[in-house]
Ligand binder design. Structure first.
Ligand SMILES: O=C(O)CCC(=O)C(=O)O
Ligand SMILES: [Mn+2]
Length: 192
C-alpha cells in the first residue's frame, strides 16, 4: 500500500537528547523534544535502579480499550545492538504479553507505577504487545526509556555524572521474576 497513511491505535510522543531521532516500522519518524525536568528525574531514577543508560523516552497513551500495540520487538538500529529498555506504566492497568518468537505468550498486568525492564537480548528472542480488550478501561500512559547511538551527548550536571557512573552500562542487578521469561523483570511499584 504505497502512500497510504494508517494511524497508529494510540497517541505517541518522544523526548530525549538532541538529535536522537527515532524511526520505527521503517515509516514512523519521531523527533525528540528536549527532556522535561520530571522526565529527566524519572530517567535518572530508573538508571540508578537498573544500571542502564537511556537517551530517549517514547510515551504511548492508550486512550481506551481499543488502543493497543501489536506484536513486535524493539529492534530499531538506532538503539544499538541488544538494547536494554525500561518502561513505567501510569493510569489504568493493561495486560502486557511477551512470548518467545515462536512460542506461547506469558500475560501479566502492568499496573500504575510499575517498572518493566527488558534486558539486553530480549528483543532478539521475544516479541511483546499490549492487546485491545473488551473490558472498559480508562487512559493508560506508558513511558519507554531507551538507549540511542546517535545525537548529541548530554554534558551538564547530574546527567554527566549519571553517564560517567554507568557507561559502559553495568549489568542490571534486578533479577527476573520466576514466572516470567528470564529476559524480563517487573517491579510492582517504583517510587514516582
Ligand atoms: O505500553 C506498553 O507497555 C508497551 C509499549 C511498547 O512496547 C513500545 O512502545 O514499544
Ligand atoms: Mn515495544
Amino acid at each position: 500500500m504505497v502512500g497510504k497513511i494508517i494511524p497508529v491505535p494510540r497517541l505517541e510522543c518522544i523526548y530525549g537528547d538532541k538529535g536522537c531521532d527515532y524511526l520505527y516500522s521503517k515509516s514512523v519518524f519521531l523527533k525528540p523534544l528536549p527532556w522535561t525536568e520530571p522526565l529527566a528525574q524519572l530517567r535518572d531514577k530508573i538508571t540508578a535502579a537498573t544500571g542502564y543508560n537511556f537517551r530517549i523516552v517514547i510515551g504511548n497513551q492508550y486512550r481506551s480499550s481499543q488502543d493497543s500495540i501489536g506484536w513486535h520487538s524493539d529492534n530499531e538500529p538506532s538503539m544499538g545492538i541488544n538494547p536494554a529498555i525500561a518502561s513505567v506504566s501510569l493510569g489504568a492497568a493493561r495486560k502486557f504479553q511477551i512470548k518467545p518468537i515462536a512460542g506461547k505468550p506469558t500475560d501479566f498486568w502492568l499496573e500504575h507505577g510499575s517498572l518493566l525492564v527488558m534486558h539486553p537480548g530480549c528483543q532478539s528472542t521475544h516479541l511483546h504487545q499490549v492487546p485491545k480488550t473488551n473490558k472498559v478501561v480508562s487512559t493508560r500512559i506508558n513511558l519507554t526509556f531507551r538507549p540511542h547511538t546517535g545525537g548529541e551527548k548530554r554534558t551538564r550536571g547530574t546527567e554527566q555524572g549519571a553517564r560517567e557512573r554507568i557507561f559502559p552500562p553495568a549489568p542490571c542487578s534486578l533479577l527476573p521474576a520466576p514466572s516470567l521469561p528470564p529476559c524480563v523483570y517487573v517491579e510492582k511499584q517504583i517510587a514516582l
